[in-house]
Structures are given as C-alpha cells and as structure tokens.
Write a protein that binds this ligand. Structure first.
Ligand SMILES: Cc1cc2nc3c(=O)[nH]c(=O)nc-3n(C[C@H](O)[C@H](O)[C@H](O)COP(=O)(O)O)c2cc1C
Length: 311
C-alpha cells in the first residue's frame, strides 16, 4: 500500500514535471445553463478540472457551478515543491479555505463534484463545501483530474468525513480524456441512478442455501444495502439470537432504540455492523432498521453464509 502511494506520487511528479501545472487561463464564473435536477459543481485551481467539468455539463445538458475560493490560488500558492499554501492546507487537518460564492444546491438530486487531486486527496476547500451545504439525500458523483493519481483515496476520505453522504465511486480524468470516456462516465452513473431510484422494497436473502424475502425499510441504510448487492458474506453467531458481520463500508445511519427486537429483523448496529436477528428479545441498544425477513426460523448456533440480492 505504502509502496503504491510512493509509486503513485513519483509517477505524478514525473508526469506533472513533463506537462507542467499550467496557469489559470480562463476567468472563474458561475454558469447556469438549463434547469434539470443534476448539476456539475467543481473547484479548479489551474483550469484542468474546469475543462472536464464543462464537458461533463455539456454532455449532461446540466447546470454548472464553480466553487470559487475567497482567496484565489496564485502560482506560488500551488508550487508543490515549496512550503506553498496548498501544501500547508493539505497537511493541516483543520484547514477549511473559505468559499467566495453562495452555492444553491437545493434543487438538485445529483451532484457531479469535481476537483483536482492534491497530494492524493481532494483539496480542503471540498470539505468546506460539505460543511457548508446540506448534501443529505443527494447522490454525489465525484470526478477529478490529476497528474496520475486515482480518485479512490479521496473518495474514501470524503466518505469517512461524512458517512451520511451518498458518495459514488467517481472517476479520474486526464486533461486530454476522450469524449467516449466522458460519455461512458455519465452513462454508468445514469444506470446507477436508475437502479437506486427504482422502487426497491424487497431483496432476496439466501441463508445457508435457503431463500427468504427481506422487506426493506424506506431509508438510506436500506438503499445502501441494495447498492452493495449482490453481497455474499459469512455472518458470525452471537448470543444465541443473532448473526452479524462488520462490513467494510459505513452506512448512512438513522439509529433509534427499538426497545425490542423481532425475529427476522435486519438491523445495522453502529455504522457498519449488519445483523440478522433470529430470536425476539428486549434490547437497550440503538439500531438503524434495514428491514425484516418473513418467516425466518431459528438459525442455530453456527456461523451462516448469507447472500443478499436485488429482486
Ligand atoms: C499542491 C498540488 C498537489 C498535487 N498533488 C498531486 C498528486 O498527489 N497526484 C497527482 O497525480 N497530481 C497532483 N497534482 C496535480 C494536479 O492534480 C493536476 O495538475 C490537476 O489536473 C490540476 O487541476 P486544476 O487545473 O483543475 O487545478 C497536484 C497539484 C498541486 C498544485
């Protein structure tokens, strides 16, 4: 992992030195083109992400909004070989550079969020953005430009920063990315959106080879489970009443104290522990309810293999 990061940073330095950072050629402005429920929202210090953002917005026929820093990043602020402002911000966990413009995201369901990669991550101004506006219930589709570094590290960091947000995997673009790449990115996310908007109120759950129906709650945690499907896991036995597994990604939580658990309840404990209860009992703990499996029998004392599938 460490080696991968070092190689990636090295590759970036080589590429970056060859291509140069470039200076900001176009002036910042906020454009509002059409009126649908998607928007391209981007920060760009030297214009590369801006160009990709404009191409995505053209293809989507969507509005586009630039995130304009209160204090513009000048060439010396971006000289990453020095103790420049951008480097200092990236190294300071409390840095939240101010945004100059007011941004209205209220009418959009889908936000294409663009930024350059700075030292493997999103610039800190993206955290200022997430702190400043309510993104809950919206799909965030990140995209970035970089010398070579992939987007995944920054996406993981953004998900950890606010686990309640619905942040898709996103994509890194090179400055000269083809039209086909842009179209493919948009198409892939349109399909994802259609899937996540579909009235999915049930899932198929197979436990040790036997099929059951999971009736889903209408909440973001249940939607997240649908997104993760097909999901095949071994769930461990606990306390003679539940099978559980800690998943690798956090769910958006809306926990409450149910007071009692019913046999067949599927709950999320904390942010990532998925639990199937096979006995009814009283509980003092808080959970986010994901759904209920009809006619679930006592599952016995062994670990079980479980597959969650969309119907
Ligand atoms: C401070 C700083 C750090 C950077 N760190 C990385 C990096 O870790 N990996 C990488 O591939 N590119 C890195 N870059 C290059 C930028 O990601 C790349 O030039 C990007 O396309 C610039 O986008 P913009 O023109 O929209 O600002 C860095 C650039 C700067 C200024």
């Amino acid at each position: 992992m460490k080696r991968k990061i070092i190689l990636s940073v090295f590759a970036f330095i080589v590429l970056f030195t060859l291509t140069g950072c470039g200076s900001k050629k176009e002036t910042s402005k906020t454009e509002v083109k059409t009126n649908n429920n998607s928007v391209v929202l981007y920060f760009s210090a030297t214009g590369t992400t801006k160009k990709i953002a404009e191409r995505i917005s053209r293809e989507l026929n969507s509005d586009i909004i630039e995130i304009i820093p209160k204090e513009e990043y000048k060439e010396e602020d971006l000289d990453y070989n020095s103790d420049c402002r951008a480097n200092r911000e990236q190294n300071d966990s409390s840095a939240r550079p101010e945004i100059k413009n007011k941004i209205d995201i209220s009418k959009y369901d889908t936000i294409y969020l663009g930024y350059p990669i700075w030292w493997g991550m999103n610039p800190k101004i993206i955290l200022t953005l997430l702190d400043s506006y309510d993104f809950i219930g919206k799909a965030i589709i990140p995209f970035c430009t970089s010398g070579s570094t992939d987007i995944s590290g920054s996406v993981e960091a953004l998900r950890q920063y606010n686990p309640k947000l619905n942040i898709k995997d996103g994509k890194r673009f090179a400055a000269n990315s083809s039209e086909a790449e842009i179209i493919d990115f948009i198409d892939r996310n349109k399909i994802d959106k259609e899937t996540s908007n579909k009235e999915t109120s049930k899932m198929k759950v197979t436990i040790d080879g036997k099929e059951y129906t999971l009736n889903l709650e209408n909440n973001d945690a249940a939607k997240k489970l649908v997104q993760l499907a097909p999901l095949e896991v071994t769930m461990e036995e606990l306390n003679g009443n539940e099978k559980y597994i800690y998943l690798s990604s956090d769910f958006p939580v809306d926990s409450y104290k149910p007071g009692n658990i019913k046999q067949g309840d599927v709950m999320l404990f904390d942010t990532s522990c998925l639990v199937i209860f096979y006995k009814s009992f009283d509980t003092p703990y808080s959970y986010t309810k994901i759904g209920h499996i009809d006619n679930l029998p006592n599952l016995g004392s062994s670990n079980v293999s479980v597959k969650f599938e969309s119907e």
